[in-house]
Design a protein around this ligand. Sequence first.
Ligand code: MEV
Length: 286
Amino acid sequence: MSLYTRSAPGKVILSGEHAVVYGYRAVAAAVSLTTTVTLRERAGASGIEESAIRDDRVWPALATVVPPEGLGVTIRSEVPVGCGMGSSAALTVATLRALAAREGREASFDELYTRGFLPERVLHGTPSGVDHAVSALGCVVVYRRDAGQPQITALTLPRRLRLVVADTGRGADTATMVAGVRERGPHGALRSIGALAEMVAAHLQRGEDPGPLFTENHALLRRIGVSTPQLDEACRRMVAAGASGAKLAGAGGGGVAIAAVDSDSELNVLEAVRAVGLRGFAVSVG
Ligand code: MEV
């Protein structure tokens, strides 16, 4: 019996979610939590054998790249599922890597990026591509996709950025959140979010704290209607506990908020998150 196992990391969007769908820049970072896919050769139709990601769209999404016959798929995930940390993009990338391994090769970035849109469109409607691009590259990237053309720059950070993640639980469906923004059409705010993402990239490259820009970004995300009272409260509490800034991360409507912390504030911020009954953990990016 042949097994092919590959992993890919989740992500956090440091700046620019939603605006990136309209051709503005976003900054996203891979995190050290991964989603793992194992393909098992078997007789008969292909299908899911076990999945940590419980969503009816998972098999229709994977069926865009997995051959119809001969493979059982097992999905495990350290990436919290459905909360804006890229578990589905990591699933897409890990699956494409496992399929390439079955052919005795490594998948190239171009293949992961181009073919990755097939499952991602089933899962997310009109994805910008930032989620699976950052998962495939596994680092901090500045991402832009204008008229279908990607511009992707990997950033080297002079110092790692420490973040506290506050997990409010399952986020709303990304496709629904993106469609809601499209309907409301808040073009001025989206342009401002794009401009902030460029400032965040510049701050990170100079080794400066992007925290205050996170807080500005969160205010704009509220304006475009993707925050929730719980995410607003989590951000407020994290800043009150010593974070230099905080924002929701991902599509919103629930899911996670992130806060920029240093070694002095990290424990306080984690305690503040737990005090309001949310799951909190720290990650380093860069
Ligand atoms: C979701 O992680 C990020 C969004 O900007 C959607 C996308 O870029 O496809 C909300």
